[in-house]
Design a protein around this ligand. Structure first.
Ligand code: ZN
Length: 328
């Protein structure tokens, strides 16, 4: 018995150590966005979520973990808009069926499907509200939060997603992880009240097009700073768990953030209000069900296994240092 317990404890410690050592900082922003979006909701709807704030926060990152478990997951997090020509990419039909006919499903998956996947998630969330299925509402709410957040990241909406085409490799994590890690605690997360979105489809395309328009600043300001900055001050070293990792220095990060005029904070705020509005819209479209007293059921064995499966796949993938294309 004692032996079993110590094995379990050792196993858990390994997971915890692995996570703190390698957890992408993008996880921090996803969790914060999901949590803060809850506070944009009207009282009626907030009351339902209130006992489950921790769930909504923790499960904001399930879709990223799932990328290590199943191949179909990755394309749901991005769209290489510039693969389809020039802004506003009119050659790319906005409707899935029309886009499939024009470009084939394989091409669409290859270059990412985030706006379409968000629409599918909205359909699922609306159905969950209609059926007043508390567990499914929570699961879909947490996960749609992830995809909507990804759609707001400029580097999730371009082929040059990690600066690999412009000799700026690492810029993906720099923008979405390093900046919020360093200064995100000081951001202003009060963004007002969620509002009904009359056309979810249009709104999603507006988001990814806006994200894409910011790509130019994201890349050109970094290139400018890189030219001006003494190279020995661009990076510094930090200890994470047992390893020492090279990071963009605080000085370089702050200078970049200033050039971007707090773009990461602005984008996080935009995501929070939009996400709250998506949740609210799904609930309204489901006929504003009264969720008072709707019971949260214990997760089934199958659901618990799924959580465990993605956690394990993520931990293993991460330990091997497996690099996933279009990282978080
Ligand atoms: Zn993601």
């Amino acid at each position: 018995m004692k032996h079993t317990i110590s094995i379990i404890i050792t196993f858990l410690l390994c997971i915890i150590t692995a996570k703190t050592a390698h957890a992408p900082w993008g996880f921090w922003a996803h969790e914060r966005i999901n949590k803060m979006a809850l506070f944009t909701l009207p009282e009626e709807l907030f009351g339902f979520y209130k006992p489950h704030i921790a769930y909504i926060e923790e499960h904001a990152v399930d879709p990223d973990k799932r990328r290590y478990a199943i191949d179909e997951e990755a394309p749901r997090h991005y769209i290489d808009l510039d693969h389809y020509g020039e802004y506003p990419f009119i050659t790319l039909p906005r409707r899935w069926n029309e886009a499939v006919i024009k470009f084939s499903e394989d091409t669409l998956y290859e270059h990412g499907i985030v706006p379409w996947h968000c629409e599918l998630m909205m359909y699922r969330l609306t159905t969950a509200f209609k059926e007043m299925d508390a567990n499914y509402i929570l699961k879909m709410s947490a996960e749609i939060g992830h995809y909507i957040a990804d759609a707001h990241v400029p580097l999730h909406c371009t082929e040059n997603y990690n600066g690999q085409l412009t000799n700026q490799i690492g810029i993906h994590g720099f923008w979405e992880s390093r900046i919020p890690e360093l200064i995100g605690e000081n951001y202003d997360y009060l963004v007002g009240k969620a509002e009904y979105i009359p056309d979810v489809h249009d709104k999603l395309w507006e988001i990814v097009l806006q994200s894409h328009l910011m790509v130019d600043s994201v890349l050109s300001f970094e290139a400018q700073l890189n030219n001006e900055f003494p190279s020995d001050r661009k990076y510094s070293y930090e200890t994470r768990g047992e390893s020492t990792v090279r990071v963009y220095s605080a000085e370089y990060t702050l200078a970049y953030n200033q050039l971007l005029n707090n773009m990461v904070e602005r984008r996080m705020r935009e995501t929070i209000i939009t996400l709250g509005s998506f949740w609210l819209t799904a609930w309204i479209n489901a006929g504003r069900p009264n969720l008072t007293g709707v019971e949260f059921k214990p997760w089934t064995e199958e659901e618990l296994n799924e959580f465990l499966e993605i956690d394990t796949a993520y931990t293993k993938g991460d330990e091997k240092g497996k690099f996933i294309e279009h990282e978080e």
